[in-house]
Design a binder for this molecule. Structure first.
Ligand SMILES: O=C(O)CCC(=O)C(=O)O
Ligand SMILES: [Fe+2]
Length: 271
């Protein structure tokens, strides 16, 4: 069974419905409309700008060993294009991580120790893409989010990446592209379907996640995905999305002394 860009958009209620569970099982992702309202979207963007101002001023290079990606905005000013552990630097963002509705998604992981990773993985990630002459970050090559576990020598624990979308986009603005169903692939496909972060070409089976600001998406840690570059330049290409790790397995907190994972050194090299 294949689906395209007109895949169903759901609404997140108190519990996942059988239809939603089945969809996730089959395709490895779900898209919910209107998880937060416009005022909450603005508050989260504002919080990210405040963290950015601090980090730019203090020239923060890493948080808990995870490199922070900088670039230039359309006006040439320095911006943070990938935040890690943003929740540790903002009350508003820390509070958002405790949003009880994230728990509604936990059954998708199917492990008893499922949790939101506040001080694990990369914590709350905020991606800010803009396609301008000096942007350092306007696309991201094919990958799965689970590979780092293998890089770190541990087994792949079930994990979800929960996206909270802060921009309203069209397909021409690039954005998240996924290959539905790849969460059920063999290990060899998980490792070698594409060259991690190096391959950017559109896949015949990919579909485009086209969000409205306030939407929530969730994808399985084994699902292949990429971020396509916007076909338009300038303000219309601005795209912000928050990612929240929903994880299981042994508690593995990071701290100020955590080394930079090999995985991230590699990801940093191959924009
Ligand atoms: O920006 C996105 O929508 C996806 C980013 C992503 O895949 C990642 O940071 O791992
Ligand atoms: Fe990813």
């Amino acid at each position: 069974m294949s689906i395209g860009n007109d895949y169903p958009r759901f609404t997140l209620e108190e519990r996942l419905t059988p239809e939603q569970n089945e969809f996730f099982d089959t395709y490895g992702f779900l898209h919910f409309r209107g998880f937060i309202d416009a005022a909450q979207v603005q508050a989260l963007i504002q919080a990210s700008l405040e963290v950015q101002a601090k980090w730019v001023e203090q020239k923060v290079e890493k948080v808990y060993g995870v490199p922070i990606k900088y670039g230039k905005d359309l006006d040439g000013r320095p911006i943070v294009q990938r935040f890690a552990f943003a929740n540790l630097h903002s009350q508003v963002l820390a509070q958002f991580l405790t949003e009880p509705r994230f728990k509604t998604l936990f059954p998708l992981v199917g492990a008893p120790d499922t949790r939101v990773g506040a001080d694990e993985k990369d914590g709350m990630v905020i991606n800010h893409y803009v396609n301008g002459p000096d942007s350092a970050y306007s696309r991201l090559g094919w990958h799965t989010d689970g590979l780092r576990d293998i890089f770190l020598g541990s087994r792949l624990n079930p994990l979800l990446n929960v996206g909270v979308h802060l921009s309203t986009l069209g397909i021409e603005h690039g954005g998240l592209r996924i290959i539905p169903g790849t969460h059920r692939q063999k290990l060899s496909q998980f490792l070698f379907r594409k060259r991690y972060f190096l391959d950017h070409d559109a896949d015949p089976e990919e579909l485009a996640i086209v969000p409205t600001a306030g939407d929530l998406t969730v994808h399985d840690g084994r699902l292949w995905h990429r971020v396509a570059q916007s076909q338009v330049v300038g303000e219309a290409s601005r795209r912000r999305v928050i990612y929240i790790p929903v994880i299981s397995g042994k508690y593995a907190p990071k701290d100020g002394l955590s080394p930079t994972p090999l995985y991230q050194r590699f990801a940093g090299l191959v924009k």
